[in-house]
Design a protein around this ligand. Structure first.
Ligand code: BGP
Length: 480
């Protein structure tokens, strides 16, 4: 391929991605209320809380640290950070709005002006550099009041509160935001319900009826947001957001192949099928029947889901999963948050996430074959521990290698015929990790001097990958 052929399509949206709760800090400023991320402890306790039943959503500062409270202080330093994004040449910046800045308790009638004004300032700053914001309406941070008083997404009332919130921000930012996403990694509710569904599983029963009722409420809420978005900002595009992890079947045993297909349908396709095709797929209806799940569906719900489907599909891609029907505990890859088996052909990150660039090409093809809608990779990246040299430089070649190989596979997928809108690698600036609550799991092109113990000057510096990514964007992907 010559230089011209290596380029990505004109208008390809290069950028980076973050989420409010993981970088803003200022958790009690500007009238903000408490959200789920504010009560999640940092360090080893984080994963325990996410994976074990019975979390009570209380803050206990005697016992735990809460890294999201200050995070990297984007709340006060957004100008400096956006200037750095601009220096890399970002075309877009994916961020989220903290629901609790706009509706501190979630159930008020009127939005909080100070919260609205903060994002006005952020969007204005982005536009100053010609960077288009891509806004996730809800990224793992439901207001605590809605969790405690209403049971999170179990409650139908939350749909009304969410719709009010979505309309408030769509109206306010109609001139400033043209790309929207409804729920971050909506299918995470199957593995990490605290994040995905806004409630903690208390017992096995919760995994059935309440879980799927909560999903239904989110689907309805998502369609209401699509409807409002199209009415309020006719030239905007709004997408769903799922975690995609292609499933590799461990061997050719037909039972395992069937298991892999079912696993993929459940994890990868269930939420997309509802949000993109506008209906519950047959495999989930069968599952409901076999598990006695009777979700409450209001008369207009199904028509709403069918009418207000998303314009594009965005997804996060970190790893593939290898599966068979009967796994032994020793088959499971250590640290792999989604529970897949060890794949002998793949290396893993320090946290046990399989590194699999070809899996991204497979994901893009599977998604495009299934839906025939534009795709957007809104998260991808390598969590790694960075070493700061004496002169302050950071040689993160491992991150460059990771991203380069994934970008190559994106180009392959485009050659395969996939319509790909853009790429926003995760954590373009170091931030608090969602699953570990630690700072030391870094993804950024920009280093932030903040450590797991909460100390650090919060100073920003450019890693080697910063200059590399700048070149990638400048050459529209021709120079990797
Ligand atoms: C996704 C989330 C992000 C993010 C990322 C990396 O699941 O949408 O919020 O943090 O994963 O995960 P982690 O921070 O656990 O390494």
């Amino acid at each position: 391929m010559n230089y011209e052929e290596k380029k990505f399509p004109d208008g390809f949206l290069w950028g980076g991605a973050t989420a409010a709760n993981q970088l803003e800090g200022g958790f009690y400023e500007g009238g903000k209320g408490l959200n789920i991320a504010d009560v999640l402890p940092g360090g080893k306790e984080r994963l325990n809380v996410l994976k074990s039943p019975g979390f009570d959503f209380e803050i206990d500062t005697e016992k735990y640290s809460y890294p999201n409270h200050e995070a990297i202080d984007f709340y006060h330093r957004y100008k400096e950070d956006i200037a750095l994004f601009a220096e890399m040449g970002f075309k877009v910046y994916r961020m989220s709005i903290a629901w609790t800045r706009i509706f501190p308790n979630g159930d008020e009638m009127e939005p909080n002006e100070a919260g609205l004004a903060f994002y006005d300032r952020v969007f204005d700053e982005l536009h100053k550099y010609g960077i288009e914001p891509i806004v996730t309406i809800s990224h793992y941070e439901m207001p605590i009041n809605l969790v405690k008083e209403y049971g999170g997404w179990r409650s139908r009332e939350v749909v009304t509160f969410f719709e009010r919130y979505a309309k408030a921000i769509l109206n306010r930012y109609k001139e400033k935001v043209k790309y929207w996403l409804t729920f971050n990694e909506i299918n995470s509710g199957l593995e990490l319900p605290i994040f995905g569904l806004g409630f903690a599983i208390q017992n096995d029963e919760d995994k059935y009826q309440p879980t799927f009722q909560a999903f239904h409420h989110q689907f309805v809420a998502s369609s209401l947001a699509v409807k409002a978005c199209h009415e309020i900002i006719p030239d905007a595009k709004i997408g769903c957001m799922i975690i995609y992890a292609p499933i590799y079947v461990y061997d050719s045993k037909p039972e395992n192949v069937m298991y892999g297909l079912q696993k993929s349908r459940f994890f990868n396709n269930f939420c997309g099928d509802v949000q993109v095709r506008g209906e519950y797929p047959a495999f989930i209806k069968r599952y409901f029947k076999e598990h006695n799940i009777n979700i409450e569906i209001q008369p207009d719900d199904l028509q709403l889901l069918k009418t207000y489907t998303v314009d594009f599909i965005s997804f996060s891609y970190y790893m593939s999963l290898t599966e068979k029907e009967e796994k032994l505990a020793t088959d499971i890859g250590e640290g792999n948050i989604l529970g897949g088996m060890k794949n002998p052909f793949l290396k893993t990150s320090e946290w046990g996430w399989e590194i699999d660039p070809i899996g991204l090409r497979i994901s893009l093809n599977e998604l495009y074959d299934r839906y025939r809608k534009p795709l957007f990779i809104v998260e991808n990246g390598l969590g790694a521990k960075d070493k700061v040299e004496e002169d302050g430089s950071i040689h993160d070649d491992y991150r460059i290698d990771y991203l380069r190989e994934h970008i190559k596979q994106m180009r392959e997928a485009i050659e395969d015929g996939v319509e790909l809108m853009g790429y926003t690698p995760w954590g373009c600036i170091d931030l608090v990790s969602a699953s570990t609550g630690e700072m030391s799991k870094r993804y950024g092109f920009i280093y932030v001097d903040k450590h797991d113990d909460g100390n650090g000057s919060l100073e920003r510096s450019r890693k080697k990958s910063f200059f590399w990514y700048k070149d990638v964007i400048e050459t529209n992907g021709a120079k990797l």
